[in-house]
Design a protein around this ligand. Structure first.
Ligand code: R5P
Length: 303
């Protein structure tokens, strides 16, 4: 097996290579002055099992992945697995209004064109795997995130909305503490409203866990409610930390003590790595229950 790391997932690729003790391919990725991408793979990949690791956000990283896949394919590898730590466009998972397309599905179709199988980490909705017609596996960062949060000794793990609650329940089970959820209503991309709820958090340590922190609006609203009810410390944790605009300032102003994200999006808050769960999957050690693997053996590429 040999890894090919895209620009968006260099650190994760390194950590994965270390855990699995496998080689990272020598790849030149550059941008021309007009920002078009240039890729050249120096390593020999013919007849090898190639694993590409690349988050597909923002768009330039999605396009880089497509060029990477094509460049790998030109060398005729034995198999190609595409790991997408953060699947961009995952929140456009259905047509919300007339005149829209399901962009997440469109992106899945683009990616599957040139790979044998796909591995996602905490896609925004599980049914995103159904947008692929090739073998696809969805992994969850619950274990590494829980291990990190356990050190902070939380009394309660809170979901900002009911959609995030199944993951939160699992985190609380691993840690061995209580869980609950708030009820969020999204007004638009930047504004959310949180219903008032009595949470009995006076003097307690609470970790709010969501799949994504984007503008920070959801977390900030939840943190404010917890602080107003006397929570001693509030932590904000997520798998995918986009931290758009002033998200961190918003969280801090709301009273957040610490922000924790994984390396599906690499940045200053990527305190948790998902390398171990990806390695388990690649080494065939991952638990099979729950996750979907539609077909087993990789097929051959259409020429
Ligand atoms: C929404 O369904 C997601 O799970 C997150 O709650 C949302 O994407 C967070 O966005 P923001 O940080 O902009 O409130």
């Amino acid at each position: 097996m040999i890894l090919v790391g895209g620009t968006a997932s260099k650190g994760l690729t390194r950590r994965l290579a270390q855990i699995m003790n496998v080689e990272i391919a020598d790849v030149i990725i550059k941008r021309f002055p007009d920002q078009e991408v240039y890729i050249r793979i120096m390593s020999k990949l013919a007849d090898k099992d190639v694993v590409i690791v690349q988050t597909t956000h923002p768009d330039e990283n999605l396009f880089e992945l497509l060029v990477l896949q094509e460049t790998v394919r030109a060398q005729k590898p034995r198999s190609m697995t595409t790991i997408i730590p953060y699947f961009g466009y995952g929140r456009q998972d259905r047509a919300f209004n007339e005149g829209e397309v399901v962009t997440a599905s469109m992106v899945a179709k683009m990616i599957q064109r040139t790979t044998h199988r796909v591995i996602l980490v905490d896609p925004h909705k599980e049914y995103i795997t159904d947008f692929f017609d090739i073998p696809v596996r969805s992994l969850t960062a619950v274990k590494p995130l829980s291990e990190r949060l356990k050190d902070l000794k939380p009394d309660l793990i809170l979901a900002p909305d009911i959609g995030a609650y199944p993951r939160v329940k699992k985190v609380a089970e691993v840690i061995g503490c209580q869980s609950d959820h708030l009820d969020k209503h999204r007004i638009n991309g930047e504004t959310v409203e949180m219903e008032d709820k009595e949470l009995k958090v006076d003097g307690k340590i609470v970790a709010i866990v969501d799949d994504i922190i984007s503008t920070g609006g959801t977390m900030a609203a939840a943190i404010k409610q917890l602080k107003s009810q006397g929570a001693k410390a509030v932590y904000a944790a997520c798998t995918h930390g986009l931290f758009i605009g002033g998200a961190i300032e918003k969280l801090t102003a709301a009273g957040c003590e610490r922000v924790i994200a994984t390396d599906t999006l690499e940045g200053q808050f990527s305190f948790v790595s998902v390398a171990s769960i990806i390695a388990e999957e690649l080494q065939g050690k991952a638990p099979k229950g729950g996750a979907k693997l539609s077909k087993d053996a990789p097929g051959t590429f259409d020429e």
